[in-house]
Design a protein around this ligand. Structure first.
Ligand code: FAD
Length: 501
């Protein structure tokens, strides 16, 4: 019996473990709804909802090939022990490598130990462009190119099923997990078919204006690919996305009636697929970045332990978390995120930067909050970006976003702001970026009294900006920081041009 252990690779195509196991003999397809996963602070009902759809889709795809998906509610070593007890000898386990949060490393070690103790082989394949045991960042891009080069595998046409009905506990109801009921309204739908529909629609038409549409929350919901939750749970592999993209680019190059800008947009998209793995590689190489400043000279800069926060810090965090900071772009983005489970890159960066710089909060609690809200939560990208946007990576130029500038640049007509902040509905465009500057008579005229209809600003924007900039600048003048930056560049730095977006 050959066990395929599905983790965050919920598809049947381009799945080397599944193809190898199907070629080797009888197969048991296993997904463990591990209790520990749902006890993590980042876990949320929206992840459960999306995952459930992915599992249902995987179940159907496997059934069409003759195999059953067995869902267990146990930790993996217990699940394996039960299978061995009920079905007899396990010949081998087949899986993708996972670059996940710390608990997944510990879990993988446990599984390896269990299998070693019984001399059962574990066959593992890379899940994407991330290199396990990478010695140096030099030439990392070539590794990525080599990984992406082979054609994606087709799904096995038939699978000889080794499972049995009593091993399948089914998907647990949400009420069985330690999660609050979902409050979202409009999340993305999981599953392989949905992933392909999104990718193809993006490559064919939605992505034509990608380069210009990606930055504004008015246009990004349609103008970005939206494949991120599918990549996070593996309904689609990075290699599949890469090959579909390259096929489209080749077709467009040979076409006389391609739309202006389409090829440039797809080039920008190609860069993002590479970034996906570049950021996860950081977590692979330095798992501590999930909870520890990459740049150690930033330790102590902000209060990490939330139980030690002052009343002011706590209030600032809660206002940010609830979309009640008094800064319209911050609040609108947070409210949109609560409803949709997605917001575009620039607005994620602004949300994080605002928490880290203007509110001077340590990145850890805000990052956990955002992880709960993002349907596409991917630890390697998420924590690397959370640190990057709050100035603790040591090698990226600090960038303090002005929420008012984001309104002027990306929502000058107030479509997005008014949609998410009804209190600002009648406020003219010219005051939308900084409604707190409206004189009292205008506040009354436009039905938006600051402090009662809409919150007063959580901080004075200029003072907070200057204080944050000075703090980071003085840190960077420190010779110890410069030595740390060199260490970080060697270990994690992109050898290509700096990321700009
Ligand atoms: C604070 C913060 C937290 C983030 N957390 C996550 C996360 O948990 N999961 C996640 O997938 N992305 C995260 N991102 C990166 C980025 O915002 C999302 O990948 C992107 O918005 C997803 O939407 P999309 O699929 O339409 O992206 P597109 O713009 O269509 O890009 C296609 C794919 O490229 C990759 N990509 C795009 N931008 C980036 C980037 N800057 N860094 C790394 N990969 C990128 C993603 O896999 C994305 O799905 C975060 C960014 C910030 C600033």
């Amino acid at each position: 019996m050959h066990i395929v252990w599905f983790k965050r690779d919920l598809r049947v195509t381009d799945h080397e473990p599944l193809s190898a196991a199907a070629a080797a003999g009888d197969v048991l397809c296993l997904y463990a709804f591990e209790p520990e996963a749902w006890q993590q602070p980042e876990a949320d009902a929206r992840h459960y909802a999306f995952l459930t759809e992915c599992l249902e889709s995987l179940r159907r795809a496997l059934a069409a090939r003759g195999a059953r998906l067995c869902v267990t509610h146990m930790d993996m070593p217990d699940a394996l022990a039960r299978i061995e007890h009920d079905l007899g000898t396990i010949d081998a386990v087949y899986a993708h490598e996972e670059t996940g949060a710390a608990w997944t490393h510990a879990r993988d070690e446990c599984v390896r130990g269990w299998l070693r103790g019984r001399a059962i082989p574990l066959h593992e394949w890379p899940a994407n462009g991330v290199v396990r045991g990478l010695g140096t960042r030099d030439r990392w891009s070539r590794h990525w190119d080599r990984r992406m080069a082979p054609q994606p595998l087709p799904a096995p046409s038939a699978i000889v099923d080794a499972s049995c009905a009593r091993l399948d506990d089914g998907i647990p109801p949400l009420s069985a997990l330690p999660l609050s009921p979902a409050t979202h309204r409009s999340l993305q739908q999981g599953g392989e078919a949905n992933a392909w529909a999104l990718l193809e629609g993006f490559l064919d038409h939605r992505g034509v204006e990608y380069r210009h549409a990606m930055s504004s929350p008015v246009t990004a919901f349609d103008g970005c690919s939206r494949i991120s939750p599918h990549l996070a749970l593996g309904c689609l592999s990075i290699r599949q996305a890469h090959h579909a993209l390259e096929a489209k680019r080749a077709a467009l190059r040979g076409s006389n009636d391609r739309l202006p800008g389409h090829l440039d947009s797809l080039k920008a998209f190609a860069g993002r697929l590479r970034w996906h793995c570049h950021f996860i590689q950081k977590l692979e190489d330095e798992p501590e970045l999930e909870w520890r400043n990459l740049d150690r000279s930033c330790d102590g800069l902000r209060t990490e332990d939330a139980s030690m926060w002052t009343h002011q810090e706590r209030a600032a965090f809660e206002g940010w978390r609830d979309g009640q900071t008094g800064f319209p772009m911050v609040d609108a983005c947070m409210r949109a995120l609560h409803a949709h489970g997605w917001i575009n890159f620039r607005m994620r960066a602004m949300l994080m930067s605002f928490a880290g710089y203007q509110l001077w909060l340590h990145w850890r609690q805000p990052a956990i909050h955002l992880a709960r809200l993002f349907t596409d939560y991917e630890p390697g990208i998420h924590y690397s970006q959370a640190q990057m946007q709050t100035g603790t990576t040591g090698i990226n130029a600090p960038r303090i976003y002005s929420p008012a500038k984001q309104v002027r640049d990306h929502d000058p007509a107030g479509h997005f702001i008014r949609r998410w902040i009804p209190a600002l509905s009648d406020v003219p465009d010219s005051w939308l970026a900084e409604p707190y500057r409206m004189p009292a008579n205008l506040q009354a005229r436009y039905g938006c009294r600051i402090g009662s209809d809409y919150p007063a600003p959580a901080v004075d924007p200029e003072t907070a900006y200057r204080a944050a900039r000075e703090c980071i600048a003085s840190l960077r003048r420190n010779p110890a920081q410069r030595a740390e930056a060199q260490r970080l560049y060697t270990k994690h730095g992109s050898r290509k041009r700096r990321q700009r977006r």
